[in-house]
Design a binder for this molecule. Sequence first.
Ligand code: NAD
Length: 246
Amino acid sequence: MQDIDNIAVVGGGVMGSGIGQVFLQNGYTVSVRDIDADILEAAEERIRSGNYGLDRAVEGGYLTEAERADALDRLTLTTDLGEAVEDADLLVEAVTEDLSLKGQVFQAVDAVTEDIPLYSNTSGFSVASIANAVSDPSRVAVAHFFNPAPVMPLVEVVQSEQTDQAVVDLMEELCEAVGKEPVVIDDAPGEYGFVANRCYAAMREEARKVVDEGVATEEQVDTAMEEGYNLPVGPFSLAGLGEEWD
Ligand code: NAD
């Protein structure tokens, strides 16, 4: 794998801080850029002592106290995009799921970076629609981490026809290096996103129908799916139907 030391994360919300933490825990230097100091403070707090943060990792024996301190030393928080990307070897965008905002962010990133790979953590916009915003779309792919990023192994790496193979390979290798399970897929998001969310949506829709038709209760559907398909939790326990999920 190409040498990667510094990673810029644009957007320090739930996903950006989780993704940043994954890389910090694995020895990388991470700069998180968000729009104001309070949000960045919350991002640091989440990384440090959130439900899936570094303190929990220490408590669980996954990280030593020295490793936690070292990880936090490698974290920079900034509102200055130029500073965030200064030494970055690659960038992960995790701003709010709004295509025009992502377009503006990628335009701004394009203006301050040369040729580093750019990844979006979008839940369902096509790579092509995001890559439009930069002058060289071949450096853009999606890296869809799942929530909570420090815990969930899956990363959907999505490539468009324009994406440079090296950009895809790099994210695949990087995911493996940090203990994630990458699945490389083509750029054809459906209404519910890429692969896992599309399939999960289909299961939820059918589960809802089964209950609405009076065939079974929610508890019975969950038991059927847990015991019949070895799912750790059935569709109703995992998330209330009707709620949005990413
Ligand atoms: P969030 O609301 O927690 O965080 C978004 C962050 O983007 C906020 O902190 C906001 O201040 C910041 N932001 C807005 N404009 C910005 C700009 N111009 N520059 C820098 N930062 C900016 O949202 P989230 O849940 O972390 O989602 C982020 C992305 O990850 C979305 O594309 C979402 O679809 C995707 N995603 C979310 C989940 C999930 O379960 N939450 C899972 C996978 C992927």
